[in-house]
Every structure is written in C-alpha cells, then in structure tokens.
Write a protein of this length. Structure first.
Length: 249
C-alpha cells in the first residue's frame, strides 16, 4: 500500500490505554493504530482477544457492515462474516500473532471526491460445538481445526483465499508477502476479508447467544470528507479509541 503524495499521515496514539472490554469480561477489542490517509482513506489495526483462556476450541466471528457513498458513484453496501480460529487454552489467534494485529480496516484515498465510509464490526465468540452443531453442518467455518493456521472450508457457505506454491499446492501463510500466489477455495467469500475465511451468507447460528455466556464486542471506523472551495473539515472517528495496551495493563 502507499500513501497519497502531498497528504499528511496522522498516527493517532492514546496517552492512556483505553480499550473496549465487554461487560462479561471475555472478548476484548483494542485499536492498535489508526492512520488517516486523507480523502477518505484510512488504515486501522484492531486486536481481539479473550479475557480468559478458551474452554474449548472455537472461533471469534465478526459480522462486518461496510457502506461507502462517494459523490458521482453508485453507493456500496456489504455485510459479511469473518472467522478466526482459537485453540482450547488460548486467548489470542496464534496463527496471526506474528502479523502484529488481528483485524485490519483499510480504505484507499479517493482524491478529488466527497463522500463518507463506515466500516463496523460486531464480534462474538463461539465454541466449535456451537458453530458446528453436527458434523454435516454446512455453516461450519473451517474444515480443519487442529492447526494454528486457517484451512480451506470443507463445507459450502464459507470461502477463503489461500497461498499456493509453484505447483498449485496450498502452503503456509506468508507473514508479510501480499504478493504471494493465491487461489480461492470454497464459495461466497468476501474479497475484502483477504486471507480470512469469510462468507456473505448469514450463518444460521449467528443470532444465537455466544458461547460461555459472554456478550458482544464491537469496533467501528467512520470517515467523511469534502473537496473544493468552502469544503468542511474532514471527519474521522474510530471506536474504541487507539490505546497502548489491553485493559488493566
């Protein structure tokens, strides 16, 4: 990715650690960094973790709602779901720990335009049994649950982009190479999810209560910008506010 020439890039850093912690004390959401790229562009990194060790293996599932309205363009509206696998006894998504963040909200700059973009997420924790319900459940996100790294879905409904070697075989995820060769496995994946398993079909268990009695985490990014003489100052908001640590650290 690159920044637009002539625009300042602002790093929002909180002096006091502030993060969103759900009332039941399980899912924590931290905004690690929030860069404004100008003209509606942003690059925000979020971290998700469980406040306690997972009782069973399971998934952090996020429903993302994305809207974009730019003057002169057709509005864009999307809703999709993403999955992160967490092993029993863990609190973090180990397969992505080396990347330095759990989730990324990115929007390129839109020079010489006016508009607004909102990307919000609702985050729940589901144990494997909650997601799967039975071995033939087509909504089960991932086909293999014994690895730190996500694997292609074995049932319809979820899809993902996977890295491949020169022979076309699925390989391990590169830590920092966005140009690695890839192919899409499964159906209904959302390209905005990148490497993550995702689906545009509402999982039938999404509206169930989360596992282990915890409540729901949230995060959001909103930007509004104008152009031309007399244009209002651009607006940018991220929730939770950026912080240097987790609650209580």
């Amino acid at each position: 990715m690159g920044y637009v020439d002539g625009l300042s890039v602002y790093r929002f850093a909180g002096d006091n650690p502030i993060a969103r912690k759900d009332p039941s004390g399980l899912i924590q959401v931290q905004t690690q960094r929030a860069d404004v790229l100008g003209n509606g562009g942003f690059d925000v990194h979020f971290n998700f973790r469980l406040d306690k060790e997972a009782k069973t293996a399971g998934y952090i599932i996020q429903r993302v709602t994305y809207t974009r309205r730019i003057q002169g363009e057709r509005p864009v509206s999307k809703v999709y779901w993403e999955a992160w696998y967490v092993k029993a006894g863990d609190r973090l998504v180990k397969g992505r720990a080396g990347w330095g963040y759990t989730d990324r909200a990115y929007e390129p700059a839109h020079p010489d335009t006016a508009g607004d973009v909102t990307q919000s997420g609702q985050i729940k924790w589901f144990g494997v049994d909650k997601c799967k319900k039975n071995k033939d459940d087509p909504d089960f996100p991932l086909g293999e649950t014994g690895s730190d790294m996500p694997r292609p879905p074995s049932q319809p409904g979820w899809g993902m982009v996977v890295p491949i070697d020169n022979d076309g075989n699925i390989t391990q995820y590169p830590a920092d190479d966005d140009n690695a060769p890839t192919r899409t496995v499964g159906d209904h994946n959302e390209p905005m999810s990148g490497w993550l398993p995702s689906t545009t079909i509402p999982p039938k268990w999404w509206n169930d209560n989360p596992s282990d009695g915890e409540s729901i985490g949230t995060r959001s990014v909103h930007t509004h910008w104008e152009t031309g003489q007399g244009a209002a100052q651009p607006a940018f908001d991220v929730d939770p506010k950026p912080s240097d640590g987790w609650p209580g650290t």
